[in-house]
Design a protein around this ligand. Structure first.
Ligand code: ADP
Ligand code: LRH
Length: 482
């Protein structure tokens, strides 16, 4: 029996998932799950990277206790965030979380030095205030010069496990520093940041074998013998690899978690003027693919409402309460920067409703309904924009990730976009991570085979559009809010 373990850490939770194939069917077993989130201290937002590393070790110890002696191992996490290391490989400072407000004015400042059009032509990456480019620009050059090495978060976890320093490409593309033509870090952008090429590590493709767990880790803990494989370390790259994209039908996907990433897989980037103006991104995927997509504020909105409500209700309960509440009563423009990291999400949503003369959601169910209705309308807006940009009509929308559990949101999405929606697998990110491991060790030929395996191993739910009374009027109301 071949064992594969995916370490998948999203902004809201992490897990170690064991994948095994028996009789041509892939099954998953969750070995370990833990919560994640950034903490705010003195107006800055940080991840607890040591806690995350400890969770990886705890999960691997559980694997050993469960009888797994040998396995392959891959890691993916959220994108853009980085760790600065000194020459001894020690962290120079804490790891900023991308919602930290120090980058608020950085896109504008960078635009004074190099035009957004030039950056887009070079990188094809959308302008988001938290891209690594803007995060690094927020440092004083002297601080950057102290860094011997800059690793993104999953690269750093690999380094702690194996001692090897790499920059995995799918995640590196989210820095907004990779050049589409040279396929390396762009020298103009590096100069702007006062960074030397050697401060970044070697760009590494998914599938490369990185070695074994370090001797120090193996002597200090009871762990399986792991062949460590470089996964598609950007969680969204793994999520789309693990999505059973339907051949023969034009489909778009939403990787639905803390963010809703809505887009299509392509073999070529699309970085023309229209794509730039609409702010679509071309993130690098594994095996020569690109994800042409848009970041939508996503389930972060409900995560924050739930947290501020004292975690009284589960996500399933929140969806149920929303379902019992009148629909399309109060709407918010989800993608407005005000929702990226407001001091109080509940107040922010209420203020936005009051400012636009709509009823102010009072109960938790009303707040949840406002979020889900608004997300479904945002999906419609960007799906139509996506079709215009690619020139290809979309028949089917495939939702993967934790958000695929939310049947209210899936049904609302089908109703609003007027197209079939599929939901699942919910663990597509772990599946994409495992797929790279299996392709790397040779038990699967390619991503087509991997998707076929996912397709026959997991149940997918189908949602068909139901009529929404006065949808046109709702859409007009929604557009007026932007
Ligand atoms: P990330 O990887 O960004 O941390 P996930 O893909 O794990 O996110 O998705 C987490 C989200 O999935 C939660 O914020 C929640 O909104 C949604 N979710 C998970 N389980 C359920 C459920 N049973 N019902 C409704 N929503 C759910
Ligand atoms: C989703 C995600 C997304 C990025 C954001 C930082 O977890 O990786 O693709 O834009 O987090």
């Amino acid at each position: 029996m071949n064992y594969h373990i995916a370490v998948d850490i999203g902004a809201s939770s992490g897990r170690l998932v064991l994948g095994t194939v028996r009789d041509g069917v892939l099954s998953l077993e969750e070995l370990h799950r833990f919560s994640n989130g950034f903490t705010e201290r003195e107006n800055s937002c940080f991840w607890d990277i040591d806690y995350l590393f400890d969770q990886v070790i705890d999960g691997l110890s559980k694997a050993k206790a469960r009888g797994i002696e040998q396995c392959t191992l891959g890691i993916d996490t959220w994108a853009v965030d980085y760790v600065l290391l000194d020459a001894d490989g020690n962290r120079i400072q804490e790891v900023y979380a991308y919602r930290d407000r120090r980058t608020d004015q950085m896109m504008e400042q960078v635009a004074e030095r190099i035009s957004p059009a030039e950056v887009y032509a070079k990188t094809g990456i959308q302008r988001l205030s938290f891209n690594t480019l803007y995060q690094l620009y927020a440092h004083a050059p002297e601080e950057i010069s102290q860094a011997d090495q800059i690793l993104l978060v999953p690269d750093y976890l690999y380094y702690r496990l194996t001692g090897r320093k790499i920059n995995e490409v799918t995640n590196a593309s989210t820095t907004q520093l990779l050049n589409l033509d040279t396929r390396d870090y762009d020298s103009d952008l590096l100069s702007l940041l006062h960074i030397r090429r050697e401060q970044f590590a070697r760009l590494t493709e998914p599938g490369e074998e990185l070695g074994t767990l370090s001797a120090a880790l193996m002597t200090g803990h009871d762990l399986p013998v792991c062949r460590v494989i470089c996964a598609a370390t950007h969680d969204t790259a793994s999520a789309v690899l693990g999505a059973p994209l339907e051949a023969g039908r034009t489909s778009a996907y939403i990787s639905s978690g803390t963010w809703s990433l809505l887009g299509v897989e392509r073999e070529q980037p699309l970085n023309n003027r229209q794509a730039m103006e609409a702010n679509y991104t071309n993130e690098w995927g594994a095996y020569g693919t690109y994800r042409f997509l848009k970041n939508i504020m996503g389930l972060w909105l409900i995560q924050e409402v739930r947290r501020l409500d004292g975690n009284r209700y589960s996500f399933a309960e929140l969806a149920q309460q929303a379902g019992e509440t009148e629909g399309f009563r109060s709407l918010i423009p989800c993608n407005a920067p005000r929702f990226l990291n407001p001091p109080n999400m509940i107040e922010e949503i209420r203020n936005a409703c009051a400012e636009s003369g709509q009823p102010v959601p009072q109960t938790t169910g009303e707040l949840a309904r406002c979020i889900f209705d608004s997300l479904a309308l945002t999906y419609l807006t960007y799906l139509e924009e996506l079709e215009q940009l690619t020139g290809e009509p979309v028949e089917l929308l495939q939702i993967v990730g934790g958000g695929a559990n939310n049947s209210l949101l899936c049904q609302l999405t089908a109703n609003v976009i007027g197209r079939e929606v599929t939901a699942g697998p919910t663990e597509s990110t772990a599946l994409g991570n495992l797929a790279v491991q299996m392709i790397s060790e040779g038990s699967l030929a390619d991503i087509k085979e991997a998707r076929a395996l996912v397709g026959r191993s997991f149940e997918i739910k189908h949602y068909f559009p139901e009529t929404v009374p006065e949808l046109e009027r709702i859409v007009t109301r929604w557009k007026a809010l932007q």
